[in-house]
Design a binder for this molecule. Structure first.
Ligand SMILES: *Cc1c(COP(=O)(O)O)cnc(C)c1O
Length: 467
């Protein structure tokens, strides 16, 4: 090694010195900082050995680099995004945003202790299942209720508790897969029940169930085909008839409703009727399962309501312990259910507000954003307008049912639009839109829960990056 290389290497900052630098910020005390700094010093040494004239960063530079790399690597991958897709219950974007009251309720119990399993009246141990029982009974007309982590676990619990080592009868037209890996046949297998398919893919009659019933039958299962429609020459047995058949053979009817509406979405927007939980209860279903974060508009949860005999069997099953939700879920769920009880859900629950906006309101909402971004768009070589779009309920609810909506629509070369879309997605606060008919759309319906000023700023920053 030449003298000059040696003298240059001696200029390398010492690891201990870098670790004292304020530029390390929050990482100063972390054991990860020493490793990172050592790595950066070693890399620099190799560069100097390769090329004597390499610029050597000082201690402050290295500390800053270590800080930035650690920040980048450990930044939470779970981040807030702004949803411009127009899909209200977007499974990939976290399904239902929850209400302010639900957030406050979570805050209140998160900060300290709570009555999660404490009965204040008696001054002794209580049950978390009682926290939402009254609410669910009042809202659905059921005799009893319980809450699990999600609808998949509620259904798993129902089949395990009611049909283990027995047969579950399901129509062939309802052997559905609901996104990802939730498949009815798999849930049956995991529960230890045996799936028996009845009828055909497009037509199943009540007689098909009747013929399949034997001493081995444990449950008659109906699954709401929430994320698809079978059209044409189709028939499914009615819930009333299934209930009659179940009664005759003393077999419980489990109705997996999925999206499970507590109130009529079609009362605020022109969407077709989505089955209400109370309708299934009134029709006599023994157990009805549904999600907390679809049309209910609350936190992720799986609710099961129905006849006491069956719900209490589920509640006492050891699997209940494995699928029970935590205090934050109960807090948010109770607050959400209260908003239905006081009929404030349309104003207070974000998904209901989004459902209820008409195109005139959506245009009015977009107006100031459009005005403020037009110049920046033109400078970046793009045209922008307020145009027609369609939004969807999403989340496996009301598939293919389009709601007329309005969007900020950008047009220009495909290259520019793609760069714009990527830039918005990769920004500190990501804004997600979609390309359709060679134009970039940001739907107002799902953006309407955000501040228009924030969106304007993000758009202008994204456009400036392009020019
Ligand atoms: C969405 C859905 C499920 C799964 O619910 P999760 O809450 O996601 O576990 C099950 N069944 C039906 C019919 C559904 O629509």
């Amino acid at each position: 090694m030449s003298k000059s290389v040696q003298s240059r290497l001696s200029q390398l900052p010492k690891v201990d010195g870098v670790l004292q630098r304020p530029e390390l910020g929050a990482w100063a005390k972390s054991p990860l900082a020493a490793g990172k700094v050592r790595e950066l010093v070693d890399e620099t040494r190799l560069l100097v050995l390769e090329d004597e004239s390499t610029i050597i960063p000082d201690a402050a530079d290295l500390a800053r680099m270590a800080h930035d790399e650690l920040d980048k690597r450990f930044r939470s991958p779970l981040r807030r995004v702004l949803n411009g897709t127009g899909i209200i219950i977007h499974t990939n974007l976290g399904r239902a945003p929850i209400s302010e009251a639900a957030i406050e309720a979570m805050n209140a119990v998160a900060r300290g202790y709570s009555t999660l399993e404490y009965d204040l009246d008696r001054g002794r141990r209580g049950s978390r299942h009682n926290l939402v029982r009254e609410h669910l009974l009042a809202l659905t007309g059921a005799e009893d209720a319980l809450v699990a982590n999600n609808n998949a676990s509620a259904l798993l619990l129902a089949l395990t508790a009611l049909a283990k080592r027995k047969e579950v009868l399901v129509s062939r037209g309802q052997l559905v897969e609901i996104g990802g890996s939730f498949r009815i046949p798999d849930i049956c297998r995991v529960s230890g029940a045996k799936l028996v398919e009845v009828g055909t893919t497009n037509r199943t009659r009540i007689g098909d169930y009747d013929k399949a019933i034997s001493a081995k039958t444990g449950v008659l299962l109906r699954v709401h085909p929430s994320n698809f429609r079978v059209v044409g020459f189709t028939e499914e047995a009615q819930l009333d008839d299934l209930v009659k058949l179940g009664k005759k053979h003393n077999l419980p009817v489990v109705d997996d409703l999925g999206s499970g509406a507590l109130a009529n979405v079609s009362s605020v927007t022109r969407l077709p009727h989505e089955p209400l939980v109370s309708e299934s209860v009134a029709a006599g279903a023994d157990v009805v399962t549904f999600s907390g974060d679809k049309l209910l508009g609350g936190p992720q949860a799986g609710l099961a309501v129905g006849k006491s005999a069956y719900i209490s069997k589920m509640r006492k099953h050891p699997l209940m312990r494995a699928v029970r939700p935590d205090k934050l879920t109960f807090a948010a769920l109770t607050a959400t259910l209260q908003q239905y009880l006081t009929a404030d859900h349309v104003q207070e629950l974000p998904i209901w507000r989004m459902f209820s906006l008409g195109v005139v309101e959506l245009e009015a909402w977009l107006g100031p954003v459009f005005t403020d971004v037009t110049a920046a768009a033109n400078d970046a070589g793009l045209e922008v307008e307020i145009g027609r779009s369609v939004s969807y309920a999403g989340g496996g609810s009301l598939p293919e049912e389009e709601m007329p909506s309005r969007a900020l629509i950008f047009s220009g070369t495909q290259r520019r639009l793609k760069d714009f879309q990527d830039g918005l997605r990769l920004a500190d606060v990501p804004l997600i839109g979609y390309l359709k008919d060679r134009r970039f759309h940001l739907d107002a319906r799902t953006l309407s829960i955000e501040s228009p000023d924030e969106i304007t700023k993000l758009l202008i920053a994204g456009l400036e990056e392009l020019s």
